[in-house]
Design a protein around this ligand. Sequence first.
Ligand SMILES: [Ca+2]
Ligand SMILES: [Ca+2]
Ligand SMILES: [Ca+2]
Length: 347
Amino acid sequence: MVPAQNAVAAGAEAMSPIFSDNFEGGDTSKWSRTVGTVRADPFAAMTGSNFGLLVIVNNRKSRLLVDNSPSGQTLYKASFQLDINKLNMGRNNKFRLFKGQKGTVLQFFLLVRKYNNKYWIKAASKTSSGKVAKTKWAVLPNSPVLINFEWKASTSLSSPNGHMKLWKNGVLTFAKGGISNKGGAIKSVKIGVVNRIKSTFNISGKFYIDNFTSQGDTISTSPAKVVITHIRYDGVVPIKESDEYVVIDNQGGSSVNLKGWRLYAGDPGQNFYFPSFDLKPGQKCRVYTNEVHTATCGFSFKIDKAIWNNGGDCGSLFNSGGKRVSYYCYWVGSEVFFMDDFTKKTK
Ligand SMILES: [Ca+2]
Ligand SMILES: [Ca+2]
Ligand SMILES: [Ca+2]
């Protein structure tokens, strides 16, 4: 029986593309940073393509590409082709080929070694106790190989359900579960020779990488989308209707500061200029005609008369750039409301 802490959850989890480069652009400009002797080169091209990544090892320094686009992935998967067979390595010499970090904190790495005249690869993950969990060594074929690597952070310290999986040419080679790495998340990855080579090792020559792709579980959040969703045009307060109000709602996935935004009640002088205020995703605020209610953000036109015509009127919301982002009209007789983009919506 497999101990529970070593089990890896079965089933595919939903993932979204993060970054890819097949190097066919002939350079490394898609990457966040290029360090040392790495470049797109025809000699490194794989599977009938024109360019791949050439890594030239001529001293102990690290040489690598950096991708800073993962936005804190607790599940991260990378895929790339590797041809390491032209690299000279002494017996049992090793180097780190790939690593993932959260800020400057190492989360995982792939290690390559030469042993018994063959090249080998293994995966490693930092754990919450400061130790490193590793898979066994997997022997690499003496031809280009497709590597897939998946890393998952654990959901808590008491449930060590983080894992690593390593595939060679599409075949799952190692799956190591039982990893407690709570708090881990991937914000940047490096590929190439990602650390300085140990002084006792003799490693020189070149190797090739192509068709890098990555996926993660954290989809980048949608931008803020602030719209007028309701106008309470008929106040209870007689004549002045100070209790009229407009509801604005952030229906997007990000916060937005409303400083410089303007709500217009359809007639000259009927403007409300928003103060600095972070409207969070899903948050609704009211803008009263002449009352202040802090529970609903406390916004008020401070106009001493009714501004929303009971027969029909239009509200417009402008962002800080002066662009109208929401338009809401009502005609009471027809009970038809005109919403954003002038689409009709029956009340
Ligand atoms: Ca290519
Ligand atoms: Ca008005
Ligand atoms: Ca009114």
